[in-house]
Design a protein around this ligand. Structure first.
Ligand code: ADP
Length: 493
């Protein structure tokens, strides 16, 4: 029996999942690790926690599958994107904690870039908006603020890596120093058109080229792990950023294929084929996972508050006692009866980009019950997703026929049904919801020759349930008009 081992290093937990040759889960383990908040708006991870939790779950997943390291044919790494590590090449020791993608410590630096009009050049080269999420300003911060770092960097002694790079470096005893296109594309230092580190950006941020790893396709033989970790050398055959891994796990590999992950927030990615589509709606342009020399391009947008509105219903206003209860409650009323919930708790993202918008409930009458508010909250997730899907469809000039879904809130059948209604397309929920790990495993398995290609994988990629639209155009238009009026009310702060 041969397995593919996916290492899914996420923002709050590390997972290891063994997939068999049919793409079925044979064993899995996960471990949460510490989030460090040194100041308001700052988020860090201890690199030892990242590595320790990831190595820990490998052994546990093997035990759960009744397997040993001898049964592992290939390893694929998927990872939280943009999170920034810098270490000393001589000792392998990080010079400070990892700066997590959510960390806002470099927001001022990004304000200055925008004030100087450099955001346009950054967008042209990288497809990204000049934001503190991405790695470049975080590396700059480390060079400016960690004692001795700038000097060590100039002397060629420092290495930068996103989490994939750091894990491969550590697991291989320093022999692999590499990343893939999807991770490189999130650093704000990588030119997504030439597929090279960009000298103008490196000099803008004062980062020497010696600090950057080699970049390869996501599905690629990166090298072997050190036998010290699991008693045997394992072949690392894929590295890929988590959202692109999920896109690949859904086998969204053709132009117009689109997926949404319904987690705390929502992450929408659409494959746009060979064309790097420029968005008129503030969406990001980035690279897709694949095994070929030239990756496909992707449009990406996110909803800040997705499943988090369900947590708010449960923990703050206490209208429900569990996330799952939101489904039963929503189904107890035939409609939200004109109530709209715009969950703009932290402003609105694409396509509105209004940081001052605030959460708003409109349309309340004397007859409004908590069921209506719960239902309208779930609908509010679907409407936000629909706004982004529409923006992507317009930007790329493609009709969306189906949306593939995963993430915690995709378990909610009411939400998925309403999403199909409001998008007027089918919503497909796969049988395996560990889509991120699955994508890393698919890429690694193909690179290792376990699977011949995507064609073979499609046979495994069964839908657990497909939701089809059940309402007519007129009703949809009326609902959307109500939503857009509600969004307008949320923006008058
Ligand atoms: P993350 O990776 O962002 O932590 P998950 O994919 O684990 O997110 O999903 C968790 C989110 O999904 C939470 O915000 C939770 O409120 C929401 N959620 C979980 N189950 C349901 C459900 N049955 N209906 C609606 N929302 C749900």
């Amino acid at each position: 029996m041969k397995y593919v081992l996916a290492l899914d290093q996420g923002t709050t937990s590390s997972r290891a999942i063994l997939f068999d040759e049919h793409g079925a889960v044979a064993g899995k383990a996960y471990q949460e690790f510490r989030q460090i908040y040194p100041k308001a708006g700052w988020v860090e991870h201890d690199p030892k926690d990242i590595l320790g939790s990831q190595v820990g779950v490998i052994a546990e997943a093997l035990v759960r599958a009744g397997a040993t390291a001898d049964d592992v044919a290939a390893v694929g790494v998927s990872n939280q994107r943009e999170t920034t590590l810098v270490w000393d090449a001589r000792t392998g020791r990080p010079v400070c904690n990892a700066i997590v993608w959510q960390c806002r410590r470099t927001a001022d630096m990004c304000d200055r870039l925008r004030a100087e009009g450099l955001d346009k050049m950054i967008y042209q080269k990288t497809g990204l908006v000049a934001d503190a999420y991405f790695s470049a300003t975080k590396i700059r911060w480390i060079l400016q603020n960690v004692e001795g770092a700038a000097e060590a960097a100039r002397a060629g002694r420092l290495r930068f890596g996103t989490v994939d790079t750091y894990l491969m470096y550590c697991l291989s005893g320093g022999r692999i120093y590499a990343t893939d296109y999807t991770n490189a594309a999130r650093t704000m230092l990588f030119n997504i058109h030439t597929l090279k580190w960009d000298d103008d950006l490196l000099s803008l941020f004062g980062i020497p080229r010696s600090m950057l790893p080699e970049v390869y396709p996501s599905g690629h033989f990166f090298g072997e792990t050190d036998a010290a970790y699991v008693g045997k050398k394992l072949k690392i055959c894929a590295a890929v950023g988590d959202q692109q891994a999920a896109l690949y796990g859904h086998l969204c590999t053709k132009k117009g294929d689109i997926k949404n992950t319904y987690g705390t927030g929502c992450f929408l990615l659409m494959n746009t084929g060979e064309e790097a589509v420029q968005s008129k709606n503030g969406l990001i342009t980035t690279l897709a996972a694949g095994s070929g020399e030239r990756p496909d391009y992707v449009l990406e947008g996110s909803v800040f508050v997705g499943g988090a509105v369900v947590q708010w219903l449960r923990d703050e206003v206490k209208l429900i006692s569990s996330a799952a209860e939101s489904e039963d409650m929503a189904l107890r009323v035939p409609s939200s009866d004109g109530v709209y919930v715009v969950p703009a708790f932290t402003g609105l993202g694409a396509p509105y980009w209004d940081a001052r918008a605030r959460g708003t409930i409109v349309g309340i009458t004397r007859g409004t019950r908590r069921e209506h508010i719960v239902r309208a909250s779930l609908e509010g997730i679907a409407y936000q997703v629909a706004d982004i899907v529409r923006a992507m469809s317009l930007d790329a000039g493609v009709d969306i026929r189906s949306l593939r879904v995963d993430g915690g809130a995709s378990a909610n059948n009411f939400l998925m049904g309403f999403q199909a209604d409001i998008l007027n397309c089918s919503v497909v929920r796969p049988a395996i919801l560990d889509t991120t790990a699955l994508g890393a495993a698919y890429l690694a398995g193909i690179a290792a020759g376990i699977w011949s290609g995507e064609g073979e994988l499609r046979a495994n990629n069964a839908a657990e349930r497909t939701f089809s639209p059940t309402i007519e155009g007129e009703e949809r238009a009326a609902l959307l008009a109500g939503w857009h009026a509600a969004v307008k009310s949320s923006r008058i702060n």
